[in-house]
Design a protein around this ligand. Structure first.
Ligand SMILES: [Zn+2]
Length: 276
């Protein structure tokens, strides 16, 4: 009787795993030390809405973030550059578009990371805009389930990559849209090799993050990168990690309890995340 119960429990676990992409192909990247539940979770530091209101105070260190995932996107204390995490390394895209490895003691006000296990792969080519890439990704999500979270990697060559970063802000911090008006810097690179890391949040996340896609880029030689505003994919491999779990850590900053998070910030967020 006891044995039968164990068999049933195992079957249930498998059923849950296979409902979110093909789990069989994901085992190749797994590292033994991380439990399955942690690998299938998107970890989020704070709310994007806290950042957009000007809470640029870091609440988790780079070292701690690396224990929550190996792939992701975010921003640094004081909006001191765009964060992109690839293969367990946290990079900073600085205001001049150059990249440096972030020190372990640097703090982070907002980020999303996960342990990346590819559930689905596809070779892609000649996708001439970020809108077309998002359309392709939306089709995947529609098929796999639009109410889960996805982390995506696009590794390849880009005919064009247009990205932004921003100048470090000084206290008292202004709302993000205001800061970016004067302090956003944009860059374009032609025929560049590298990795795009993209996060998908379901529609119901619109009060805690931005619904839909958010893309960051780092070049293969780890020289250039930023928050992607536009791109043109030449040839690349697309990998999708579907995750069932979501874990959000509220920041312990002094400013956080004072923020007015009752207002819908969707329009402001659209403004700071996209080009037009
Ligand atoms: Zn970004």
């Amino acid at each position: 009787m006891k044995k039968k119960a164990a068999v049933c429990a195992l079957a249930l676990t498998l059923a849950v795993l296979t409902s979110c992409g093909d789990s069989s192909s994901s085992s190749e990247n797994k590292k033994n030390e991380t439990p399955e539940t942690d690998r299938e979770t998107i970890y989020q530091v704070s709310l994007l809405q806290g950042l957009t209101l000007g809470d640029y105070n870091g609440s988790i260190s780079v070292k701690e973030l690396k224990q929550k995932g190996d792939t992701g996107i975010g921003i640094f204390e004081g909006v001191n550059g765009e964060l992109i995490m690839v293969d367990g390394t946290v990079y900073r895209a600085k205001a001049d578009g150059s990249i440096e490895t972030a020190p372990d003691d640097e703090t982070i006000p907002f980020a999303n990371v996960t342990f990346f296990d590819s559930d689905e792969k596809q070779d892609i080519s000649d996708i001439s805009s970020i809108a077309d890439l998002k359309k392709l990704l939306d089709e995947k999500v529609e098929k796999l389930g639009k109410n889960q979270f996805y982390m995506v990697r696009v590794d390849g060559t880009f005919k064009k990559m247009h990205a932004r970063s921003e100048l470090k802000q000084e206290k008292p911090y202004k709302p993000l849209a205001e800061a970016l008006k004067t302090d956003q810097r944009e860059f374009s690179w032609d025929n560049i090799e590298g990795t795009v890391v993209a996060l998908y949040c379901p529609e119901y996340m619109k009060d805690l993050n931005a619904a839909g896609w958010h893309l960051h880029f780092v070049s293969k030689d780890k020289a250039y990168g930023g928050h992607v505003l536009e791109l043109d994919v030449d040839k690349a491999e697309l990998k999708i990690d579907c995750t069932q779990g979501f874990n959000m850590q509220l920041p312990d900053t002094e400013m956080f309890p004072t923020l007015d998070l009752t207002k819908d910030q969707s329009e402001d967020i659209k403004k700071v995340e996209t080009k037009d």
